[in-house]
Design a protein around this ligand. Sequence first.
Ligand SMILES: C[S@@+](CC[C@H](N)C(=O)[O-])C[C@H]1O[C@@H](n2cnc3c(N)ncnc32)[C@H](O)[C@@H]1O
Length: 250
Amino acid sequence: MKNLNGYIRKLEKGMEDKLFFLKHIDIEEYSLIVEFGCANGRLLRRIEPVINKQETKLVGFDINEEILEIAKNISPEMTFTSKWDEVLNYLKETKKKSLIIFSSVWHEISADYHEKIFEEMKKFSCIVIRDMKAPITGAEPIDAPTRERIKKMVPEWQFKEFEDKWGRIDNKKTLYRFLLMYTYLDNWENEIKEDYFSTPWAEINWALEKDFSIIYLNSYTLEYKKEEIARIFHHTMHDITHHQVIYVKK
Ligand SMILES: C[S@@+](CC[C@H](N)C(=O)[O-])C[C@H]1O[C@@H](n2cnc3c(N)ncnc32)[C@H](O)[C@@H]1O
């Protein structure tokens, strides 16, 4: 990644929102907390002050070795790994409940792995997921002046590359995709390939509903994003951008 530090700074922005689950579960009941797709471990570091370190183990799992090195350097006391078997060993040893967090990662997971990951997540007592969700009225057309206004505010090449990849910004879904993506210039080469609205929310639910109950569910417009878009593009986001859910084992 060209500018890993810039990318990491962007991830920090939604951190308060990513910690939503702390208000809805009793964190003291958990002796293992795994973050799937932990990046540099920032979310785990925000959880660290609210757990009893003698009783609860924090584990960060990621496929990106480069970012895991950064995580290990910042927090040598925490466990970071790219080996899923290692995570499963901690799970076997855990004395109390186990929690797995998927924060802004499901949309990056290739569909080939979905079934496998459903099976793995079912091994935990509680599952927290937060990711982007397409606007409900995504097919709604966008007028030409709105498209022109947005086009003027970003580099010409960026707007063109986006439309070449995702189609003309003439409907709400494509507009929202752009408004969520445009800011990641540091990592644009990779970011543009990501299908932000690909989290299989319904499939996740089908996979889990037999064994898990939903204790929290929320579809919403990410507040800081809404403010940023109003400030920069003079456009009000009325529709949803994100989704949060907490499942606990029945
Ligand atoms: C957008 S970042 C989110 C980081 C952090 N969870 C947060 O919310 O700030 C996504 C992270 O997931 C990792 N990732 C993507 N696919 C993965 C997979 N199949 N297994 C593990 N990690 C994955 C990426 O390497 C990246 O570090």
